[in-house]
Design a protein. Sequence first.
Lengths: 240, 294
Amino acid sequence: MPTEKKEKIILDSVDFFYGTRQVLCDISATFYSHTLTAITGPSGQGKSTLLGLLNCMWKEIPDTRCSGDIQIFLGGQWISPFRKDISLSHLRRKVAMIFQEPNPLPMSIGKNMAFPLKLAGVRDKYLIEEKVRRALEQAFLWKEVKDRLEESALNLSGGQKQRLCIARALILEPEILLCDEPTSSLDSKAAGIIEELLVSLKENCTLLVVSHYLDQVRRIGDLVMTLENEGLTNFKEGLS
Amino acid sequence: MMRVFMEKMVEYLSWALALLLCLSVSVFLSYLLIKGLPSLGSELVFGKADPLSALLGRERVFDGIFPAIIGTLCLVVLSTLMALPLGICSGVYLSEYATPIMKKVVGGLFDVLAGIPSIVVGLYGFSVAIFLHHHFSDRLGPCLLISAISLGVLVLPYIVRSTQTSLEELPAHIRHTATALGATRLQNIAYVLIPNALSGISSGVILAIGRCAEDTAVILLTGVVATAGVPSSLLSQYEALPFYIFYISSQYTSPAELSNGYGACLVLLGICSVLFMVAHGMQKRLFHWALYRP
């Protein structure tokens, strides 16, 4: 646990519905800066949904609704994604997300890496090259791909693909990184590298990692939260 | 026992039907080749005119299919170019922006359009040509432009539906990746969704090209004639291969003329094959350019 805990995300009485089915009920929680919070619990309790609330990915899913309040400390001020204090694009650049399945786009490795910068309107070729290199180094991937940036990202191994996705998310220097079971589709060796990588990222950002594996949760989590079903959903600090 | 028999039966039946289809196509192509090959040659295309002079536009071809080849190519290119942007934009709207109700209404309208017989579209094109002739200029009437617009309308549903379907079938991880990286909806469509759906979209374009090249009913009413020479402008009448084939096979006076009709069929098949290959090659290059260029 960090010695000095600064609040980064505050959830206040959050409810979430897919159509008429309530998935999250009255969730209140606080997440701290430069801390890796592991979120665990049985399947179907809304762990991934909870992550999707923080960067508003839930808005991409039809027939969903959410109530309550979320406050995120971004760029030196508290903002609420629910109150449209910030554009969705900007929010998602600062609250990046890593999915369960590695999802490189069917493009070259270099283009995958430069893609978020292109979206953000960065055109300076040298700046892009520098940022790509730095992000790949940060994700322990530079040495493996530096000579094959023009190759398709789909040719990488599973672990490399996931590290590429993490590097791609890091290129915009997010303040929060949401990871939805980032090692579940990887073998133990690749998962170990990803775990090491996630722990190393705490210096620069706040991490929320959803995981099913209790041993992994214990290894990497500074704080562990369990999302479990007790009639409706209950949110606890510490392992149950 | 019965279940095993049924499994085997379905397998053999599928094989037999696939084989039958292949045989039918082979018999059909062989028949065309046997009937059409003897007439294939420069005389079929250029008649008595000198090929080089005809190609350079110095000599008019009266008794060959060269003007019909040029007319067909013009038709295909013009109508595809007209239908392509409209079809892709409509497909993107239906897939990405339309509400479920609008999807049903607009999608239903395109389905109705797809079901309209081509002769009806031709008649509509003809009516438009007559309207323009009466109200705007004597120079306007059934012509290459009206035919191209009518054919564009006819093939629009193919492009719309293929664009919509190929966008909707993209896996969620491709659909959500760019959004999670901060892409706006338009950026997601332009940079990720359309490039990744190109293969499906090009299938619709290839179908459209085939339809434009072969349809006779539409052009019959909107500007094609038996002898017009190479079209000099968008407002001129023109010749086209499907009409030539129809005309020669229904009015031939000698076996040689009928053989010319079969030769024209082979030329039309050849043109379609080349256009398909060009469309396929362009799709591959476009895909590579969109996703892999440095």
